[in-house]
Design a protein around this ligand. Structure first.
Ligand SMILES: *Cc1c(COP(=O)(O)O)cnc(C)c1O
Length: 373
């Protein structure tokens, strides 16, 4: 039996055209016509005032957003704890201090109450946080209204980690376009892929030009090689952008398939009392359902179900382990209770790729039915 994976890349068939064009015109380098076109496509997708800089990863985009906000050694950066480590690692690249925040149970994302408690406490301790990294985890938008109202009140910029949320929206506006900076990822397992890649979304042309400047080794305006800032080799390759141009042609279909997977799981778990499918709570939220997740009643039930799937060669995985529980991050401040910890202990990610077949779904149904009977 073939293995069913959590989330695999899926080709449209158009990728080869754009890659071939790059090869034939000898644009085999970072930057180039495919990169420009890919940025334009995303700018029109995300909506007005979205300026997109294509980079070699989502992680690079988070790093550059910190640099563009002027983050320096010793600064404090607030970050959602329940996320993938790539949200938080760039804080350490800059020698800054992460301050982790628990999740709220409605969205699993950064908790507004704990966010405000943390801001007030950090200010009282003498340092106002320089930025907030908020994540739309598994495609579920965070509570944009509440989080941005708090950020505005204390005048702290938001970096919106939308790596998993291309196609998600909140009150009709696309995720990735809310923050001072937005981040998308095109890693192989995300909604669309460029093999490896990401973009930084900003709200001005000047910021986009600055991002390109840093991403291409910070070359000053001179005939010789002159540098007055630390530079990075973060620009997206023209070959990768070609793959992205082919992928974006079926973005709508891909999101539709993911959302159909969600409907499949909703039906499947509607009669299973021991598992709660994670879903949007009201009409304000529109999730791409990048990954479908469930909460079991205990950590043991989660592990047993994971093993049951594994025996049928079906990949499932625990939820991201919160950053404040990670050996590399556990010594940094944390504000919250045990919401993220509980989600981590009892939660499981289910196969959710846009290429999940009907035959795959039957195998998944069989495991679930047998396990809970
Ligand atoms: C994938 C991911 C990233 C990093 O993106 P890369 O393109 O893999 O560097 C950052 N944050 C979250 C939440 C992610 O899932």
């Amino acid at each position: 039996m073939n293995r069913i994976y959590l989330s695999l890349s899926q080709q449209s068939g158009f990728e080869i055209e754009f890659v071939e064009k790059a090869l034939q015109s000898n644009w085999i380098t970072s930057g180039g016509p495919n990169v420009d076109d890919f940025e334009l496509e995303l700018e029109s997708y995300l909506g007005e005032y979205s300026f997109v800089t294509a980079l070699n990863s989502g992680t690079s985009a988070i790093h550059l957003s910190l640099i563009l906000l002027g983050v320096q050694q010793g600064d404090e950066i607030i970050c959602q704890s329940l996320t993938f480590s790539a949200s938080a690692n760039p804080i350490l690249y800059e020698g800054a201090t992460p301050v982790f925040i628990d999740s709220e149970s409605e969205t699993w994302n950064i908790c507004p109450n704990n966010l405000e408690i943390a801001i007030i406490d950090r200010i009282k301790k003498g340092k106002k946080p320089k930025a907030i990294i908020a994540v739309h985890l598994y495609g579920m938008p965070y509570n944009v209204d509440k989080i941005h109202a708090i950020a505005d009140r204390y005048e702290i910029p938001i970096i919106e980690d939308s790596a998993e949320a291309l196609g998600s929206s909140y009150k009709g506006k696309k995720c990735g376009a809310f923050g001072e900076f937005g981040v998308l990822s095109f890693n192989g397992n995300k909604i669309i892929t460029t093999s490896s890649g990401g973009v930084l979304v900003s709200n001005s042309k000047a910021l986009k030009q600055k991002a390109i400047f840093y991403a291409t080794q910070s070359k000053d305006d001179a005939i010789h090689y002159q540098h007055s800032k630390i530079g990075y080799n973060y620009r997206m390759s023209n070959i990768c952008a070609g793959i992205g141009l082919g992928q974006i042609k079926i973005l709508k279909e891909k999101i539709e398939s993911r959302r159909n997977n969600h409907l499949f799981y909703r039906e499947l778990f509607s009669t299973v009392e021991e598992a709660e499918l994670f879903e949007t709570k009201n009409e304000d939220y529109f999730s791409n359902y990048w990954l479908n997740t469930i909460l079991l009643k205990s950590s043991k039930a989660k592990n047993d179900l994971l093993q049951a799937f594994e025996r049928e060669n079906i990949e499932t995985r625990p939820i991201w382990k919160p950053m404040h529980m990670q050996p590399i991050f556990e010594r940094y401040p944390y504000y919250g209770d045990k919401v993220a910890e509980k989600i981590f202990e009892n939660g499981l990610c289910l196969p959710s790729g846009s290429n999940l077949t009907e035959a795959d779904k039957i195998r998944i149904v069989n495991v679930v039915r047998t396990f809970f009977n």
